[in-house]
Design a protein around this ligand. Structure first.
Ligand code: UDX
Ligand code: ADP
Length: 481
């Protein structure tokens, strides 16, 4: 593609972001922080969310976010529900709304529900009285930009022109601010036309306020959209690969951490994203792979669809395999036993629970008629009840509450428990930060620990008296030592 700096382009002075969620909020807060000359307004239909963004208690927990927001809020960063004014004054609009997997209709369980993207796009078309650059920020299936362009072209006011860009976000939750301040790359996709290239240059200029221009890459729209899905699919594939190997390790006496380390030292493979776990969660991996599967099927490529689907299947297998190991260690029944579940977020340093492996574990334990006492340092109680009711529609909240207790701290969770299950790798759960002697004294004996995140020092805990079972490591009684 031609260099974007060759075409004249508009300097962006005002930005509007539609959607004040995990992506839109931190991304545009960082843009405002790094570009004091640009006015950034983040809008959302959800009044409570906007109120929280305007308060001392932000709606999202993300290390470093508070400082970034406080430094810019009221200066050049604003949070509002006045969508119309924000759209109208902006030169550039990010569409950063949610794109969940469809729950019904064609493509149910696989395709993305683009209802929110469509409605945000229609609002732009109906409300804008001057030309705009519209940027697709949410993760979307390949060629969504085409649908957005059609809606904009068909509904815009006369004389109002829209240029569409794709600018997928690669931040990971828990490290969002670090990722945004120091991205590996920024990807901007546009139509390869003079006006498309000019729009891309305007956005390149915004990021160039703090990102080296060499790391800002421009591609065609479809490459940009597809790259986001592929990046997530490749990352998730690494986790499913190492998780598949963890099953072999448990059966043979190989140690998955040692295998990952030995393999990761090969520079062609690399050490990252090879941490075996109870399964990946988060709002992106599963959704994006299923999008890729749906896309492959729509393109009549069933082998490609099956190939990627296996990454998600392996993830489900890992969660049920871990549960089976827990049941078999606890003398083949969980009935009437208390399980202390440590962690409900899908990873550490976030309060987000979307697709968290912990939700599945909790439901599996309930099905086995256990009592689950769960503790997470950041997840809100209301969110836990919402997740548990949504994933067990056959049970009402009262029924669930008879089996699930939300504990105030890990010690309360472990009181009279038969087992601790570590599902999220929060630093506070490490044996250097929690008093495991005290936890042991509070529990029924034999006291079990199941480490689904490889964060505990097994010999140290065994010395205390715990029976310890770790993902990707054989049980002591397997006899391979
Ligand atoms: C991911 C991508 O990393 C990010 O680039 C994209 O923009 C959004 O999706 P996120 O889902 O926020 O980010 O977190 P990530 O760090 O990728 O973790 C996803 C899941 O994989 C978590 O449940 C995590 O615990 C798990 N994981 C990660 C492992 O089990 N093992 C690993 O080695 C790495
Ligand atoms: P993500 O992780 O992709 O950021 P979130 O669910 O955290 O997803 O955030 C998406 C936000 O977009 C939500 O706060 C939702 O209220 C908001 N939203 C959805 N549709 C619209 C719309 N048409 N106009 C304004 N805000 C919207």
């Amino acid at each position: 593609m031609a260099s974007t700096t060759e075409v004249p382009y508009k300097k962006i002075e005002k930005i509007c972001c539609i959607g004040a969620g995990y992506v839109g909020g931190p991304t545009c807060a960082v843009i405002a922080y790094k570009s004091p000359h640009i006015k950034v307004t983040i809008v959302d239909l959800n009044q409570a969310r906007i109120d929280a963004w305007n308060s001392d208690d932000l709606p999202i927990y993300e290390p470093g976010l508070d400082e970034i927001v406080k430094a810019s809020r009221g200066r050049n960063l604003f949070f509002s529900t006045d969508v119309e004014s924000a759209i109208n004054e902006a030169d550039l609009i990010f569409v950063s709304v949610n794109t969940p997997t469809k729950k019904s209709g064609m493509g149910k369980g696989f395709a993305a529900d683009l209802g929110y993207v469509e409605s945000a796009t229609r609002s732009i078309a109906n409300l804008a009285t001057s030309s705009k650059i519209v940027v697709e920020k949410s993760t979307v299936p390949c060629r969504t930009a085409q649908s957005m362009r059609r809606i904009l072209d068909a509904n815009g006011k006369p004389g109002v022109k829209f240029d569409l860009l794709s600018n997928p976000e690669f931040l990971a939750e828990g490290t969002a601010i670090k990722d945004l301040l120091n991205p590996d790359r920024v990807l901007i996709g546009s139509l390869d036309t003079p006006s498309g290239r000019s729009a891309a240059s305007s956005l390149v200029d915004v990021y160039a306020n703090w990102v080296n221009r060499k790391q800002i890459i421009t591609t065609n729209l479809w490459s940009s959209e597809l790259s986001k899905l592929v990046a997530n699919a490749l990352l998730a594939q690494r986790i499913s690969s190492i998780n598949a190997i963890s099953a072999i390790c448990e059966a043979t006496g190989a140690d998955v951490d040692e295998v990952a380390y030995a393999c990761g030292l090969d520079t062609r493979i690399g050490p990252k994203f090879l941490k075996a776990s109870v399964g990946f969660g988060g709002s992106c991996f599963q959704k994006d792979i299923l999008n890729l599967v749906y896309l492959s099927e729509s393109l009549h490529l069933p082998e490609v669809a099956t190939y990627w689907k296996q990454v998600v299947d392996m993830n489900e297998y890992q969660k049920s395999r871990f549960t089976k190991r827990i049941i078999s260690s606890l003398f083949n029944t969980l009935s009437g036993k208390r399980i202390a579940l440590f962690g409900f977020a899908f990873k550490k340093d976030t309060g987000d629970t979307r697709e968290s492996a912990s939700i599945s574990l909790c439901q599996y334990f309930r099905q086995e008629r256990a009592t689950v006492a769960l503790y997470d340092p950041k997840v809100e109680e209301t969110q836990i009840w919402l997740d548990l009711t949504e994933t067990a529609p056959q049970d009402n909240l009262e029924t669930i509450k008879k089996q699930v207790i939300i504990a105030a701290d890990p010690y309360e969770a472990a009181k009279n428990a038969d087992a601790i299950v570590v599902a999220t790798e929060w630093d506070m759960f490490k044996d250097t930060n929690l008093d495991y002697e005290k936890l042991y004294s509070l529990m029924n004996k034999p006291a079990f620990i199941f480490d689904g995140r490889l964060i505990l020092d097994r010999p140290k805990l065994e010395k205390i008296g715990f029976k310890v079972e770790v993902i990707g490591k054989a049980s002591h009684d397997i006899g391979y030592e």
